[in-house]
Design a protein around this ligand. Structure first.
Ligand SMILES: Cc1ncc(COP(=O)(O)O)c(C=O)c1O
Length: 352
């Protein structure tokens, strides 16, 4: 019963097979492999962006930090949500790669910035004063860290505010596939058609071994990205293994099928929990992540029987009064089984 993270899931068999196939014989290094040509072509087709520059890196943190670095000056401000991965989980990599930079937090319920709060944050950054950081760029996450999903019109509303100040917009799409499946909208609608300039397009969480693409809609930014990727230690010499993963991921809509499974299993889990009066949902859920609260005794029953997931905050403990409510995050992945969900639901059912 693994609900800790989609990072805890293994890699899909199609991805492993593709890596194995790419292992035959020599291949040009450093991204000059023929599989990368296919990947570039496929991503341009999927995003309906024939001019887009496409690069692969090994981690989501690198994808985000490099994307921000080519769009923000060392004295610039990056506007992001308080729950964002760039703010909480990247050990300052965005600031490090930018060579400075200042993250400014923009509020909004359920992991989503509101256009009003963004307007206030950008408008409230003084300009022309040498003592303060200047306006830089906006970064949003979809699927959000709260498990919610921005629609294209919500993204467009944020982009409109950013564009009013001529600021670029980055999308952290480490779970982009889950957001695309949840909304039923096209990758183009979810990005450049809604004003997004650059995307970290995730593969790792959704069944790859370890690969993320960066999709840059303005090719004028491409060379700087290449230089920064190399300088940042993220240009893989045996790049074909990254390419092979991404190629398989995009073949026959595998990326969408894997995300549809993860989202579907989260729905099965939430439908089961919604029938239990002691379970409360903390955010509206649409993708593969649920945040719930329930009395400690149910967490204890589930975890002691082998269910794995994280309590929130991390300092929360199974020790304490039975009836005290504790929050938790539950994540489904491309390989979460019906059996795992049904076992978990049986464990947290009210026995009384
Ligand atoms: C929203 C989000 N962005 C980016 C990442 C990528 O992180 P990593 O550098 O661990 O691949 C994660 C991983 O947990 C994430 O949840």
């Amino acid at each position: 019963m693994e609900f800790g993270s989609d990072n805890n899931a293994g890699a899909a068999p199609e991805i492993i097979a593709a890596v194995n196939e790419a292992n035959a014989g020599p291949s040009p290094s450093y991204g000059n492999d023929p599989i990368m040509d296919r990947v570039r072509q496929k991503i341009r087709e999927i995003f309906e962006a024939p001019e887009a520059a496409v690069y692969l890196v090994g981690t989501g943190t690198a994808a985000n930090a490099l994307s921000l670095a080519i769009n923000c000056t060392p004295w610039g401000t990056v506007y992001c949500h308080p729950l964002s991965h760039v703010e909480n989980d990247e050990c300052g990599a965005p600031e490090f790669f930018i060579g400075g930079g200042k993250l400014k937090l923009v509020q909004g319920d359920h992991g989503k910035m509101t256009p009003e709060a963004l307007q206030t944050a950008i408008g409230g950054t003084p300009q022309g004063d040498v003592h303060t950081s200047q306006r830089g760029m906006v970064t949003i996450t979809n699927t959000t860290e709260a498990g919610t999903v921005y629609s294209p019109s919500e993204i467009a509303a944020l982009s409109r505010v950013a564009k009013q100040y001529s600021l670029p917009v980055h999308l952290d799409g480490s779970r982009f596939a889950n957001a695309v499946v949840a909304t039923g909208c096209s990758p183009a609608e979810m990005t450049w058609k809604s004003g997004v300039d650059i995307v970290s397009f995730g593969g790792t969480k959704n069944g790859c071994l370890g690969v993320e693409a960066v999709v840059i809609f303005d090719p004028a930014k491409a060379w700087e990205f290449e230089l920064r990727r190399k300088r940042g230690g993220h240009l893989f010499s045996k790049h074909r293994y990254l390419s092979a993963q991404m190629d398989a991921y995009l073949t026959s809509d595998l990326w969408l099928k894997l995300a549809a499974h993860a989202n579907g299993q989260a729905k099965r889990l939430s439908d089961g929990m919604a029938r239990m009066p002691h379970v409360k949902f903390l955010h509206p859920h649409a993708a593969n992540i649920l945040f719930v609260s329930m009395p400690r005794q149910y967490h204890r029953q589930a975890m002691n029987a082998g269910a794995h997931y994280y309590l929130h905050p991390f300092s929360a403990s199974l020790d304490g009064p039975d009836d005290e409510r504790i929050d938790a995050r539950l994540v489904c992945s491309w390989c979460t089984s019906d059996r795992e969900i049904d076992q978990f639901l049986a464990l947290i059912r009210d026995q009384g």
